[in-house]
Design a protein. Structure first.
Length: 113
């Protein structure tokens, strides 16, 4: 779809290298934090999924191509599933997870609370 619609690709063929300064900075920040411990890695994973959900929702809101919107919707559902998995894994580590980036209400809906 990137080629079909001439959309920019923020990734490169090199792992961990991005064409987007914000993503590159976040990559370094989050990999540094995630390397500290298993729990830190899970928290970083949850953070990334929420950041992805925000980006995907913004893209859904502005796209006019039905196939692209459907792809974004499927990716959004995948991010919700991943968030549930990260939060569940954190809970098994005894961590009481508090959400950032998204509202508590939206987080509760995702978690089925």
């Amino acid at each position: 779809m990137l080629d079909k619609y001439g959309l920019p690709d923020s990734a490169t063929s090199v792992r961990g290298v991005f064409n987007n300064d914000f993503l590159q900075t976040k990559y370094y920040e989050l990999t540094d934090k995630g390397d500290n411990s298993y729990v830190d890695g899970l928290e970083v994973g949850a953070f990334i999924e929420k950041l992805d959900m925000i980006d995907l929702q913004e893209a859904i809101d502005v796209t006019t191509h039905v196939d692209v919107k459907n792809a974004y919707l499927h990716l959004l559902e995948g991010s919700k599933n991943h968030l549930r998995a990260f939060v569940g894994a954190l809970e098994t580590q005894g961590v009481i997870y508090t959400t950032v980036l998204i509202s508590q209400e939206y987080f509760d809906v995702i978690m089925g609370l």
